[in-house]
Design a protein around this ligand. Structure first.
Ligand SMILES: Nc1ncnc2c1ncn2[C@@H]1O[C@H](COP(=O)(O)OP(=O)(O)OP(=O)(O)O)[C@@H](O)[C@H]1O
Length: 443
């Protein structure tokens, strides 16, 4: 029988030895003495149950422990030393974060029941959050080699606190990656503030970033906290960093060097603890070479670099992405729509997706609402007709694809008037009805 695996965070090693003596044949525990070691262990396969030993109330740094607990789908059990249950600092921590607790000394029967419950609860939780997780990680969908590489990089990045620069085409998921880094890092409990540098008029960016005092300029009726300050203890996500005007690049650089800001209209320096994650869809190297982006700022931001792959570089991820989008928006679809035709799935994997996952989402959402078919067609998605046919494996498949696209688009054009469509296509009504049936078209 394979053993149930658990994690044991035990600084002194006291419980580790006691567990060994208790002989729990079903269980096997990996004992770790630091949170760093736990983080490293949990970046691989995550066990269902974790035990944290508190020999005293201040054994573990609270924020780091809470961040670790929040990050992993594990049921945690606190093992409390004598008298600690009534500790006013520890009790709320345990109540907030733990599935259950067990007081020392260990009681074999009671511990086995507690472990059994926690194990069962973790299994149910994982089953309920289910399939989406299986074909992706960090809230992202995709198991292609490019995505697996990205997940591996994210795993490393969440354990450090350095600035990150995320490259990738528009709509490819850069913000999603930034959010994943935030929610899986030590800063998970701090804010995530996103700001699109390209969408804010240049004269407002300074105050958006740094804030202003009341009366700092006409229209500044009250003090405003800027985005850097609002992100204190968390993450500031600067999208389209390449659009930041040069003078503000200098100010941002100063903040990154000194970790302090001065609100517009103030002289007071305010210390701020923020991790900056920047994103760009343009080649910043080129912008540096052309003098549009400061080189020193580029190196400051680019301590860690991530590249989010374009959707066309990972066509194998399109079917699970499409299914996920379909499930997510299924409350907003035409009632007869049940899924995607195989031609549509093939066409989606052939298409170049200049707008990446955002474009995929928009096209599928639109097709789910507007389609008059049981299965969404290539035409419903507005993808180039014929791409599916070009990819067909046999001539029959190619013919069927083209026939279907033409019939569907004519039915739409003539509002399902079969006689008119038959006339336009030069076939009898009976033939057209047979084709509609054979090609699985819903009228
Ligand atoms: N791997 C993925 N799995 C699931 N959804 C994704 C994935 N990648 C992107 N998305 C979704 O696609 C949409 C666009 O993603 P996001 O906003 O992160 O892209 P972006 O690269 O930051 O875009 P822009 O360059 O326009 O700022 C979002 O709705 C996001 O949830």
């Amino acid at each position: 029988m394979s053993k149930r695996k658990g994690l044991l965070l035990d600084q002194q090693g006291t419980v580790s030895a006691a567990l060994h003596d208790l002989e729990l044949p079903e269980w096997e525990f990996l004992t770790l003495t630091t949170l760093d070691a736990a983080r490293r262990a949990l970046s691989g396969k995550v066990p269902l149950v974790g035990l944290v030993v508190f020999d005293s109330a201040r054994d573990w740094p609270v924020r780091e422990l809470e961040a670790l607990i929040a990050r992993h789908p594990i049921e945690w059990i606190a093992i409390l030393g004598r008298g600690l249950m009534r500790d006013t600092q520890l009790a709320p921590l345990v109540a907030r974060n733990f599935h259950d607790f067990h007081t020392l000394p260990l009681d074999r029967e009671r511990l086995l029941i507690t472990l059994g419950h926690a194990h069962g609860k973790a299994l149910i939780t994982r089953a309920a959050s289910g399939t989406a997780q299986e074909c992706g990680r960090f809230g992202m969908t995709g198991n292609s080699p490019r995505m697996l590489e990205l997940y591996r990089q994210i795993e490393k990045i969440v354990t450090v606190d350095a600035p990150v620069l995320i490259g990738g085409e528009s709509g490819s998921g850069k913000e999603l990656v930034a959010r994943a880094i935030h929610s899986h890092s030590e800063r998970a409990r701090g804010p995530f503030i996103a700001m699109n540098c390209g969408a804010i008029p240049p004269n407002l960016i300074q105050s958006e970033l740094f804030g202003h005092e009341r009366g700092a300029f006409s229209g500044a009726h009250q003090r405003k906290i800027g985005n850097i300050e609002a992100a204190n203890d968390g993450v500031l996500f600067l999208d389209e960093i390449g659009d930041l005007p040069l003078d503000l690049q200098a100010n941002l650089l100063r903040f990154l060097q000194e970790r302090t800001i001065v609100r517009v209209g103030s002289t007071e320096r305010v210390r701020v603890n923020v991790r900056v994650i920047a994103a760009t869809h343009v080649d910043l190297n080129r912008a540096v070479a052309e003098g549009r982006f400061r080189e020193d700022l580029y190196y400051r931001l680019n301590v860690v670099h991530l590249k989010v792959p374009a959707l066309r570089e990972r066509p194998g991820d399109i079917p699970p992405l499409a299914d996920g989008i379909f499930a997510e928006h299924s409350h907003q679809k035409a009632p007869q729509v049940k899924g995607f035709s195989s031609e549509a799935l093939r066409a989606m994997q052939e298409y170049a997706w200049p707008g990446n996952v955002r474009e995929l989402t928009n096209r599928i959402q639109q097709a789910m609402i507007m389609s008059e078919n049981r299965l969404i067609t290539v035409a419903d998605l507005g993808l180039p007709i014929g791409e599916g046919a070009a990819d067909a494996r046999t001539l029959d498949e190619a013919r069927a694809t083209v026939e279907k696209e033409i019939i569907v688009s004519n039915l739409r054009k003539y509002r399902n008037n079969v006689s008119e469509v038959a006339r336009q296509l030069g076939v009898s009504r009976v033939t057209l009805y047979r084709m509609i049936d054979r090609l699985n078209i819903v009228l």
